[in-house]
Design a binder for this molecule. Structure first.
Ligand code: UDP
Length: 253
């Protein structure tokens, strides 16, 4: 079989040229990284889980009219996506204080915020994706004021959708990161949710016990990452069949 042309390789995914112009194939790796790539480990099955979970969220968003890059899942580890012009920002939405925000402001982990807060980091691994004010984004031309208004509206819609879906399965959405791309349709761009939505890019706590079900399990060495992601997928009913723990057949006398 002819090898596909690699378009881009990141820490958790590879993009290949797609079957038609304007499309790409997104491949989910098993690697997990933290601390800007300083901590690295392979978790067998993580890519399969994230491919399924990202499909589930992106499809749900598409269905409620929030545009995403997702077209369809191709196989266990790959999905077909629209090629977009990436905006070089990580868009973070926070409902409860955690991680870098809790540290920066001296807030207790889990403290409820007065309202969802959207913040932006400039995507640059060499710099460790620094938090940037809107003023920088506008001055350096990474996005326009119109883009920023649209990105905030998009991010808050994603937050409402994800918070509701997770709440329905007993999970608190503490915070998450999305990335946004432009698709040009004539003169005007449409902004769409791109990259992935998975436990790699969200903080997810069990509502009853507070158990962490996201990448913090790896960042803080709290146990098995695959087990945590499997639990999220199981609750949402999106477990791929080969990871399902079916009961063993029992002999009937
Ligand atoms: N996040 C991410 N990729 C990054 C940085 C953050 O997906 O490069 C997610 C992270 O998983 C969390 C949210 O964005 O759900 C907020 O992360 P924070 O700024 O608190 O950074 P962290 O403490 O994870 O370094």
């Amino acid at each position: 079989m002819a090898r596909r042309k690699k378009f881009y390789e990141g820490k958790a995914k590879i993009l290949y040229e797609g079957p038609e112009p304007g499309t790409l194939v997104q491949y989910f790796k098993d690697e997990a990284t933290a601390g800007n790539g300083q901590k690295k480990e392979v978790f067998e099955g993580k890519g399969v889980l994230n491919n399924r979970l990202s499909e589930f969220f992106m499809q749900g968003l598409n269905q409620i009219g929030v545009p995403t890059h997702f077209i369809r899942r191709l196989n266990m580890r790959e999905q077909l996506i629209r090629q977009v012009e990436m905006i070089p920002l990580e868009v973070i939405v926070r409902n409860f204080a955690a991680g870098s925000m809790a540290q920066r402001l001296g807030l207790d982990e889990g403290a409820q915020l007065p309202r969802p807060i959207v913040e932006f980091c400039y995507k640059d691994d060499r710099l460790g994706d620094p938090l940037v004010p809107e003023e920088y984004i506008l001055a350096f031309g990474w996005a326009s004021q119109q883009d920023l208004d649209d990105i905030v509206a998009l991010a808050l819609r994603v937050n409402d959708f994800l918070s509701g879906v997770f709440h329905g399965v007993g999970i608190k959405l503490v915070d998450f990161k999305i990335e946004v791309g432009r698709i040009w349709d004539g003169e005007y761009p449409t902004l769409v949710v791109a990259d992935e939505i998975s436990p790699d890019s969200c903080r997810l706590w069990d509502i009853e016990t507070g158990r962490k079900l996201d990448k913090d399990v790896f960042r803080k060495d709290l146990g098995s990452l695959t087990e945590a992601y499997t639990e999220v997928a199981r609750r949402l009913g999106v477990l791929p069949s080969n990871v399902t723990h079916r009961p063993k057949p029992t002999l009937i006398n």
